[in-house]
Design a protein around this ligand. Structure first.
Ligand SMILES: [Zn+2]
Ligand SMILES: [Zn+2]
Length: 237
């Protein structure tokens, strides 16, 4: 019935009936993160820095996560898809976008070294959840979990810090704001539930990495020996 009402056409080029809201050609054409990258934070590295495995920023101040990776580099096309997923109620797009996250398994050996990853979506505030009806990161994590047969777990919550959007903040304020915003859910904080050992944070967009670092810190407080990776669909810079 839904398929009859909304035949599956590609959100980008309008091609019809190829079984997805993102056709294989448009998915393949989305800009990936250029190589080489820092093996820790996943940022592209240029010039002589490209000879090292880890970028200057990570060498000077190692992040809490074991590794962070993004599937896509910023592009208008990717941004419009994420925008539709996030703000226009098109949560079905998560299914079309999840294969891009799954691609990371082919490219990054650390992801293949563990088989028992548990996916942890980066939470949104209760207010956002109420407005949108869903958390886009959770939709992505669920679709990815279905593709790779990995379980999903809600372990964190996001508190309203009274600041409308992270995007308008400078890096230092973002960091402070993020640290205050993400906390473990009560069941984990009280010790009623235990965190698994291998965790992957899932988010739609990464900008400065402040969110991933803050979530990671909150998870490490519960389980200091946890191995935590962070995956985002797109990096902004
Ligand atoms: Zn297309
Ligand atoms: Zn780095």
């Amino acid at each position: 019935m839904l398929r009859w009402l909304f035949p599956e056409t590609c959100q980008l080029c309008g091609a019809e009936g190829r079984g997805s809201t993102l056709c294989p050609d448009c998915r393949a054409a989305l800009a990936r993160v250029p190589r080489p990258i820092c093996l820790r934070c996943g940022a592209p590295v240029y010039g002589t820095a490209a000879l090292a495995d880890v970028c200057d920023a990570c060498r000077d101040h190692a992040p809490d996560y074991a590794f962070a990776r993004a599937a896509l580099n910023y592009s208008e096309e990717a941004m419009s898809l994420i925008h539709d997923l996030k703000y226009h109620g098109q949560n079905h797009l998560a299914r079309a976008l999840a294969p891009l996250l799954a691609e990371l398994w082919e490219q990054h050996p650390p992801l293949r070294q563990q088989r028992d990853w548990v996916l942890i979506p980066v939470p949104v505030t209760r207010k956002r959840l109420h407005e949108r009806g869903y958390n886009q990161a959770e939709e992505l994590a669920r679709a990815l979990g279905r593709l790779l047969h990995l379980p999903l777990m809600q372990a964190l919550e996001r508190h309203d810090t009274g600041i409308a959007s992270q995007t308008r903040l400078n890096a230092a304020r973002r960091e402070r704001n993020a640290r205050a915003a993400y906390r473990p859910l009560a069941a984990y904080a009280s010790g009623k539930r235990c965190l698994p050992a291998h965790l992957l944070l899932i988010d739609d967009i990464t900008t400065t990495g402040a969110t991933a670092r803050a979530c990671c810190r909150a998870l490490h407080r519960l389980r200091p020996d946890a191995l935590i990776g962070s995956l985002a669909l797109m990096r902004m810079n």
